[in-house]
Design a protein. Structure first.
Length: 147
């Protein structure tokens, strides 16, 4: 099984971006954690990060028929993008939404997500471990599916 891990705008700056809020691990560190978990869970992963909405949408489209699930931290597009939501709905793959921070404890404009009602699960505030939890969930779901 293949899981696509999608990171949206500004997440390329992890490690240096508002470290008090987002921590000091870089995106490469986070992806390394996911890779270690993927090996343990016997799933393959593909990573995409972009600051451009259309690039993220293209990556989601390309997952159709190839990936068995999607983990997405859409960054600020979470709160703005109907197009990203429609892309997730279109490919109809199990999706887990991840946010490093607890968005519900932050500004009101971060409380609404265009993705959450399409998600299998939403993991917020767990930091980089959130991606690992998401992978655990999708790996288990895939195994159940294939059994
Ligand atoms: C974020 C939360 C979003 O509100 C914010 O725009 C981000 C990161 C998170 O991982 O906590 O860029 O998705």
């Amino acid at each position: 099984p293949l899981v696509l891990v999608v990171n949206g705008p500004n997440l390329n700056l992890l490690g240096t971006r508002e470290p008090g809020t987002y921590g000091t691990e870089t995106l490469a560190d986070v992806e390394q954690r996911i890779t270690v978990a993927a090996t343990r869970l016997a799933v393959r992963t593909e990573f995409v990060q972009s600051n451009h909405e259309g690039v993220l949408i293209d990556a989601i489209h390309a997952a159709r028929g190839r990936a068995s699930g999607i983990i997405i931290n859409a960054g600020a597009f979470t709160h703005t993008s109907v197009a990203l939501r429609d892309a997730i709905a279109a490919v109809a793959l199990p999706m887990v939404e991840v946010h490093l921070t607890n968005v519900h404890a932050r500004e009101a404009f971060r409380h609404h997500s265009y993705l959450s009602d399409l998600a299998e699960a939403v993991i917020v505030g767990a930091g980089p471990l959130g991606y690992v939890f998401a992978l655990e969930l999708l790996a288990g779901r895939t195994a159940a599916h294939e059994a």
